[in-house]
Design a protein around this ligand. Structure first.
Ligand SMILES: *[C@@H]1O[C@H](CO)[C@@H](O)[C@H](O)[C@H]1NC(C)=O
Ligand SMILES: *[C@@H]1O[C@H](CO)[C@@H](O)[C@H](O)[C@H]1NC(C)=O
Ligand SMILES: *[C@@H]1O[C@H](CO)[C@@H](O)[C@H](O)[C@H]1NC(C)=O
Length: 352
């Protein structure tokens, strides 16, 4: 369950050979955007035609999406695009899984597409705003864990709302979710080239994500804490004890805190993150090309851990029992059974 799949290993071997070829040239963004929009609108019109045809011949539309799902119903399902990369991934995955369970075709907004498509080979079609605005959407709130009733959502124009960052929605189709979040070749190769540069001999790469930024202010208001120095020491020592030749690849939106607080006396820590919050894709790609993960809090690190698919150490019990966070967050629906949790230091909250 926690092993990388064989084809991942194959891919990384291929990547190793190709990484020698030097720096990558990329398309100018405008050309890329234009092509993308062209392809999307063509696909979209094609699908609309197919669904009209299907009304005539009473057959479900034959869609070009790879999942062999029968969409028993005509209609459009979508999800409200909210938050940044981690939450966008969660909303996409939640939509993908729930639409499939209820047998509706899912569409994403151009906004979500803009977040995810530069990084991942996602396949859900985009619903242009000009079409979406004429659809009588039925908003449907989902909480952060799967419920039985979500298997029976009725409506042809459902718009999911929420932050479904939980494996409980989609772990039964993990291969499809991994396929949706496969990195584009040029992104993967850049991350692989970086990892190969920093290893002297075959290493065990542990991606470390330290969530800081706005949470430094927000977490105490919510009776919670961020990861402290002791947690990161403990988590890194756990990996040092269980794997040989570990290299810790640190990314964060607070890199200067990391440089001050992460102990690098063993020389096995690389402060890799560029910390640019507006373009988190590079850090995310680096994390998921590692073998294992140390996460702290937040959906970005959680998704990095889940998609990496290795062993994960997480920060546990990082709120007081009366924290409002516990209304929308269930640890058992967030962390996979088998991941290792180390408790947070709540003492800064108890001083007040
Ligand atoms: C680490 O390397 C040693 C010596 O090569 C080996 O005996 C041991 O099994 C390795 N440990 C792990 C966890 O791979
Ligand atoms: C660890 O990750 C590196 C970089 O992605 C990869 O080359 C290597 O094959 C992985 N090792 C294992 C045991 O999966
Ligand atoms: C978190 O708190 C719960 C309830 O007190 C406890 O059962 C659990 O062991 C704690 N988890 C960790 C990793 O300390």
């Amino acid at each position: 369950m926690y092993c990388r799949r064989v084809d991942d290993l194959e891919n990384s071997r291929v990547a190793k050979q190709q990484d020698m070829s030097g720096p990558l040239t990329s398309f100018p963004a405008s050309v890329y955007c234009f092509l993308l929009i062209f392809v999307i609108s063509t696909v979209f019109h094609f699908q609309l035609r197919l669904s009209k045809l299907s009304i005539v011949c009473e057959e479900p539309p034959l869609l070009e999406t790879p999942a062999p799902t029968n969409f028993h119903h005509d209609g459009f399902w979508t999800v409200l695009s909210q938050g940044r990369l981690g939450n966008q991934i969660g909303q996409y995955a939640g939509l993908y899984a729930l639409a499939k369970l209820n047998r509706y075709q899912a569409y994403i907004s151009p906004q979500m597409h803009n977040f995810l498509a530069p990084l991942f080979r996602i396949t859900l079609p985009v619903l242009p705003d000009s079409v979406a605005k004429n659809i009588p959407w039925q908003n449907y709130h989902v909480h952060n864990w799967m419920s039985e009733e979500y298997r029976h959502i009725h409506g042809a124009y459902v718009r999911l709302m929420g932050y479904p960052n939980s494996w409980t929605f989609h772990h039964h189709i993990i291969d499809e979710i991994r396929r949706e979040f496969t990195l584009h070749d040029h992104v993967r190769k850049e991350a692989q080239a970086y990892l190969h540069r920093i290893q002297k001999s075959p290493a065990t790469f542990v991606g470390v994500h330290v969530r800081r930024g706005d949470y430094v202010r927000i977490m105490p208001q919510r009776k919670g804490v961020l990861a402290h120095k002791g947690y990161l020491d403990q988590a890194m020592n756990w990996f040092r004890a269980h794997y040989n030749n570990t290299i810790f690849v640190v990314t964060s939106n607070g890199m200067s805190w990391c440089r001050k607080n992460i102990d690098n006396t063993k020389g096995d820590v690389i402060f890799a993150g560029d910390g640019v919050e507006s373009t988190p894709g590079k850090d995310f790609a680096l994390l998921i090309q590692c073998n294992h993960t140390i996460m702290t809090i937040g959906s970005f690190g959680l998704w990095a851990a889940y998609l990496t698919g290795g062993m994960t150490v997480y920060l546990a019990n990082y709120t007081l029992p009366d924290s409002p966070v516990l209304y929308y967050f269930k640890p058992e629906a967030t962390f996979l059974p088998g991941w290792v949790g180390f408790p947070a230091d709540l003492s800064p909250l108890l001083k007040h």
